[in-house]
Design a protein around this ligand. Structure first.
Ligand SMILES: C[S@@+](CC[C@H](N)C(=O)[O-])C[C@H]1O[C@@H](n2cnc3c(N)ncnc32)[C@H](O)[C@@H]1O
Length: 264
């Protein structure tokens, strides 16, 4: 029997690469950061963004990140022959993104420096994919992280800003969700039908309590986009800390959820 031809409406991948991406977990250890992006306290790697963009778009299509930080998703998109649009609240990070995008040398990008909740005011038109990662609540405000101490000593940011519009500065968890979810709602309005939105996020541990941010977003964003399950991003190059040793179960959390949603 001849093999049925592979008709691929979603991306430009070969059958084997499509299949490999379907595994529900993957290991990706971020490569060391270049000097231009070290100021930002929590970015995702372009290599990881590239894998998602490669699966959820074809060449020439448009990728949006409404909280783009240093523009990692946009840089990956441009390098892969896609168009890119990003929003970032902080001028210092938007400027880094702008510089990195200009260095790629392709003209098909747009950087907006504003509160993502104002996205609708910027006439960005329709997009084919949204790839984004929020502040993990106010986790960067928690005291006592060794990495934070080292960063502070080097004059690098340990949190994004003191701006009250920065959702990473909202102390109350429920209010944080109430302010964050509308950002995805407005991004979803720009998404073409049948296309995908990916949120990269972790559950948060604070004061001995687990706040299931990933699961809460699955449920709340799932009210206006269909939740299509997660891919679990594992890191296996981090030092283990002896939390709760001899006393209680406290995990060393080395995974993030990459939640996929699809528009009707
Ligand atoms: C997890 S970081 C994104 C990092 C990005 N993926 C990267 O690779 O650089 C979240 C970003 O959301 C931004 N942010 C927080 N509140 C915002 C808001 N209301 N509108 C737009 N951006 C916001 C922060 O300044 C921060 O850069």
């Amino acid at each position: 029997m001849p093999k049925r031809p592979f008709v691929n409406r979603l991306n430009d991948l070969a059958r084997r690469d499509w299949l490999l991406f379907q595994k529900s977990w993957f290991v990706h250890n971020p490569p060391p950061r270049s000097a231009d992006v070290r100021l930002h306290p929590a970015k995702f790697p372009e290599t990881l963004a590239g894998e998602f963009i490669g699966f959820f778009t074809k060449a020439g299509e448009t990728v949006l990140d409404p909280m783009m930080g240093t523009g990692s998703a946009l840089v990956a998109a441009l390098e892969m022959g896609r168009r890119a649009v990003g929003v970032e609240l902080q001028p210092k990070y938007a400027a880094i993104a702008q510089e990195r995008l200009a260095a790629v040398g392709a003209p098909d990008y747009r950087v907006v420096c504003d509160d993502a909740r104002n996205l609708a005011a910027h006439d960005i038109g329709e997009v084919d994919y949204v790839l984004t990662s929020p502040p993990y609540w106010d986790m960067l405000r928690m005291k006592g992280w060794e990495t934070q101490k080292e960063r502070a000593q080097q004059g690098l940011d340990v949190h994004y800003s003191d701006d009250e519009r920065d959702v990473g500065n909202i102390e109350d968890y429920e209010r944080f969700l109430e302010e964050l979810v509308p950002i995805y709602r407005v991004a979803a309005e720009h998404l073409r039908p049948k296309r995908y939105l990916t949120i990269i996020v972790k559950n948060v541990k604070k004061g001995g309590t687990i706040y299931p941010l990933a699961w809460d977003l699955g449920r709340r964003v799932g009210e206006f986009l269909a939740l299509k399950d997660e891919r679990i991003w594992c890191q296996d190059n981090q030092r283990l800390a002896p939390y709760g040793m001899g006393n209680a179960w406290v995990s060393n959390t080395m995974h993030h959820y990459c939640l996929q949603f699809r528009k009707a």
